[in-house]
Design a protein around this ligand. Structure first.
Ligand code: BEZ
Length: 257
């Protein structure tokens, strides 16, 4: 039975790898040892990253030492974000901005961790440039994902680059992970578009407020603006909980928190 599972798991893995054209030298073929494969109940497949699923775990080399991702997360909120490559212009502005916002993320109990397919030596030299250009001290770890293991796991590549994963650049992905290690929000930007660091903070504020108070937030919401009473809460209960409720339509009710 065990050998039957092993053979079918291997066959499915190979079919999958061929269908996504993952090069044979990629981590999927290199890093899952035959011994480990024998005990896998399911084949090594790229996880489907839905909101609410557990952030896949991995081990990695970072500019602050080797990590087990779940251990590193601990019970914190976190953002895992990738950039295409070190020593590139847009990425340099982005990492500088995130480094300068360290205090804002710390206030919200959010850890930051970056990633690209460059090695540790490259990251180290580039961080010196970021610090110089953004007048900051970048203090979060950056993963050296030279074998694209995490990029594959979190699908941080374009369709085209998935066909040549070994040389792929990572896209600009942001994963917001909550203290239960659940994926709560993802943003995927192409290499040509720098992200909005304030938007990352804004969505963290919305998620944390929603978890604490049981409210939702409207379009372009900012901290201090009115929030929305979700349809699952009656107006009577909302008044007891929040005080004044402004009913625009029976299904659109605003309140203050
Ligand atoms: C940039 O950071 O400027 C960049 C990196 C890779 C591709 C395109 C732009």
């Amino acid at each position: 039975m065990a050998s039957h599972i092993s053979r079918s798991a291997l066959r499915t893995t190979a079919q999958f790898a061929r269908s996504r054209a993952i090069p044979q030298s990629s981590f999927a073929s290199q890093h899952v040892s035959p011994v480990f494969r024998r005990f896998l109940a399911t084949p090594t497949e790229q996880p489907r990253l839905r909101l609410g699923t557990e952030a896949p775990n991995f081990s990695a080399k970072t500019t602050q030492g080797d990590i087990d991702f779940h251990q590193w997360l601990g019970g914190s909120w976190a953002i895992l974000f990738s950039h295409p490559a070190d020593f590139t212009p847009v990425c340099t502005t982005e990492l500088g901005a995130f480094a300068r916002m360290r205090g804002e993320f710390e206030k919200r109990n959010v850890k930051m961790i970056g990633l690209s397919a460059n090695d540790l030596n490259s990251h180290g030299k580039w961080i010196a440039d970021i610090n110089e250009l953004s007048d900051t001290t970048l203090s979060f770890p950056i993963i050296a994902d030279a074998d694209r293991k995490v990029a594959w796991l979190y699908d941080m590549v374009t369709e085209e680059d998935m066909k040549k994963l070994d040389t792929a650049f990572t896209i600009r992905a942001v994963f917001i992970i909550d203290p239960a290690k659940k994926l709560r929000l993802t943003m995927l930007y192409p290499a040509s578009v720098g992200r909005n660091s304030r938007e990352v903070l804004r969505v963290i504020d919305s998620l944390q407020l929603g978890d604490k108070k049981g409210v939702t937030t409207p379009i372009d919401w900012q901290v201090g603006d009115d929030v929305i009473v979700p349809p699952s809460v009656s107006t009577e209960d909302a008044k007891k909980k929040f005080g004044e409720v402004r009913e625009v339509k029976p299904y659109l009710r605003y309140t203050k928190v």
